[in-house]
Write a protein that binds this ligand. Structure first.
Ligand code: FES
Ligand code: FES
Length: 183
């Protein structure tokens, strides 16, 4: 039976300098390491979640230079010089980010697994300045899946913080509809 070829060569690593939550890092990383795996497995920033690892759930959403991305779909070595914010970096050290506070006040989570991604995605949404209404928030947050079905409360929380946000849905303060999915 053929034996595997033994190799003592370590896989090549590449230098990357980046900022994460205001802290500078200079690292050496294999080319195939995703940004999500760098955050979770090498820097112990486990707030960003690995839901699917295929760009389907949004649980891994972080901000790169203020733009929301799925960190499972981007390589860490591509982030040279970038400024990355994870859920751990949203609060300022003294008080919660307004969205975090709104999520608490609106009861916008149940198990909380999707919440870090929802929060980072909502910050990115606000930075984009494209959403004004409930329907627009639902549409532009539709990449973030919540298996607990907390969508109505998540949308309420985002609308609370969204500059110029307006709620055109009269049912907003009505009964909670569990299991509603984004349009
Ligand atoms: S873990 Fe990245 S989109 Fe699901
Ligand atoms: S709160 Fe449980 S998946 Fe969203």
């Amino acid at each position: 039976m053929p034996q595997p070829i033994a190799s003592s060569e370590a896989p090549p690593r590449y230098p990357v300098s980046l900022r994460i939550n205001g802290q500078s890092y200079t690292l050496e990383i294999e080319a195939w390491v995703s940004l999500l795996d760098l955050l979770r497995d090498r820097l112990d920033l486990t707030g960003s979640k690995k839901g699917c690892d295929h760009g389907q759930c949004g649980a891994c959403t972080v901000l790169v230079d203020g733009v929301r991305i799925n960190s499972c779909l981007t390589l860490a070595v591509m982030q040279e010089g970038k400024d990355i914010t994870t859920v751990e970096g949203l609060a300022d050290g003294e008080s919660l980010h307004p969205l975090q506070q709104a999520f608490i006040e609106r009861d916008a989570f149940q198990c909380g697994y999707c919440t870090p991604g929802q929060l980072c995605s909502a910050v990115g949404l606000i930075n984009e300045g494209e959403a004004r209404t409930r329907d627009e928030v639902r549409e532009l947050m539709s990449g973030n899946i919540c298996r607990c079905g907390a969508y109505p409360q998540i949308t309420d929380a985002v609308l609370d913080v969204l500059p110029d946000g307006s709620d055109e849905d009269p049912a907003r303060d009505g009964p909670v509809v569990v299991g509603t999915v984004p349009a």
